[in-house]
Design a protein around this ligand. Structure first.
Ligand code: NAD
Ligand code: ZN
Length: 377
């Protein structure tokens, strides 16, 4: 089969690889119809992880079941399914509690498993023609009859729509809250969108890419085009000088350019300063335990300096981690099905799998207009 494989920093290629196949009785085999490129893939692409050469990437997958293992009872051949990026067993202590991003069985000794991702287990990704889905009865979200028609909406249930929603949950967001979101990438936009759906009184989105801020505005958020310390002042004045009720970090470790210099990420500090006393902060942007490609020394060791004194004095709360996609994807699917949510509005490019290399390069460059790339296998 054809698949997108990692070759080295900023090098990926489409290659012919052995077909994915059923390996355990609880697996199903899925013929991929849509698979997305994610900001999380860029941590690997940019060389900030230990991902091995030859790994098939792709954790945002949707397709048609073409074969079921002998122990699979619920999922049927022909079902159109969306797969949570987390691979989870469904029966360990964490899965039992709905914390499927931290399954203890699918990737023993590590925090959670995923398709096509560094340190997230031996699983291949879905930027390919075929995908093996473990614990399939638990993981497959079987889609309603409008699956094909709304393919680009449903495929976002694999990760970024639930992840954006998770950011607002980690922040403890309630109807009527004002919410500030750092990052207007796909995840930040989905956090802003989720906050709107959940009844935010005001959503503010911070980034420095005008095209992405324009989408934030389309969602109903107030764009703040500034990522340095002064964005805090703008947020304060938009929230009557008190700060937002809650905040979402949807950037993760990455450097951005300011006045011609690479500056480390200041989002945590900005959030602590821009969220009101006792407010909540949800961090879904990824900070790696080790970041060999990081531009700042602390981040190379997975450390991040932020103003803990202010955080403590303000009595704020923080939640972090990979999204437990299964906790949200069924209800978000219902919103798409009934037409109450249409997250595909953020998809900018639909490319054939063969053009994935171009998709990676442009999305990584945050080239104007390249907000979210979906690949058609
Ligand atoms: P992305 O990396 O393109 O989005 C990040 C956005 O943040 C960009 O638009 C960038 O311009 C902006 N940005 C950079 N520095 C900033 C700063 N200092 N202040 C404000 N904005 C800044 O792509 P994405 O897909 O949206 O991914 C965002 C993050 O979410 C990544 O770290 C990704 O790994 C993470 N992620 C986490 C989960 C999870 O389950 N926790 C799931 C998916 C993605
Ligand atoms: Zn993703």
């Amino acid at each position: 089969m054809k698949a997108l494989v990692y070759k080295g920093p900023r090098q990926v290629a489409i290659e012919n690889v052995p077909d994915a196949r059923i390996e355990k009785p609880t697996d199903v085999l899925v013929k991929i119809t849509t698979t997305n490129i994610c900001g999380s893939d860029l941590h690997m692409y940019e060389g900030r992880t230990s991902v091995e050469e030859g790994k098939i990437l792709g954790h945002e997958n949707m397709g048609i079941v073409i074969e079921v293992g002998s122990a699979v009872e619920r999922v049927k051949v022909g079902d159109r399914v969306c797969l949570p990026f987390n691979i989870s067993c469904g029966f360990c202590e964490n899965c039992e509690r709905g914390l499927t991003g931290f399954c203890l069985i699918a990737n023993p000794g590590n925090a959670g498993a995923a398709y096509g991702y560094a340190e997230m287990g031996p699983y291949s990704g879905g930027q390919a023609e075929l995908l093996r889905v473990p614990y399939a009865d638990f993981n497959c979200l079987v889609l309603p009859p409008d699956a094909e028609e709304k393919e680009n909406d449903y495929v976002l249930l694999s990760d970024i729509f639930p992840t954006g929603y998770h950011a607002t949950e980690l922040a403890g967001m309630k109807a009527g809250d004002s919410v500030v979101v750092f990052g207007a990438g796909p995840v930040g936009l989905m956090a802003a969108y989720s906050a709107m759906i959940k009844g935010a009184s005001k959503v503010i989105v911070v980034d420095h890419h005008k095209d992405r801020l324009a989408l934030a505005e389309k969602i109903g958020a107030i764009p703040v085009d500034n990522t340095d310390e002064s964005c805090v002042e703008q947020i304060m004045s938009l929230t009557d000088g008190q700060g937002a009720d809650c905040g979402c970090e949807c950037v993760g470790y990455q450097c951005h350019h300011h006045d011609g210099h690479e500056v480390p990420n200041l989002t945590m500090n900005n959030l602590v300063n821009a969220v009101r006393p006792t407010g909540g902060i949800g961090v879904v942007g990824v900070f790696n335990p080790e970041d060999p490609g990081a531009a700042d020394e602390l981040a190379k060791e997975g450390k991040l300096a932020f103003d803990f004194g202010t955080f403590f004095t303000k009595g704020q709360r923080i939640g972090t981690g990979q999204a437990n996609v299964k906790a949200y994807n069924r209800n978000l699917m219902k919103l798409i099905h009934t037409g109450r949510a249409k997250p595909s509005m953020i998809i900018s490019h639909e490319l054939p799998l063969e053009q994935a290399v171009e998709g990676y390069a442009n999305f990584d460059a945050r080239k104007d207009g390249w907000t979210k790339v979906v690949l058609k296998a």
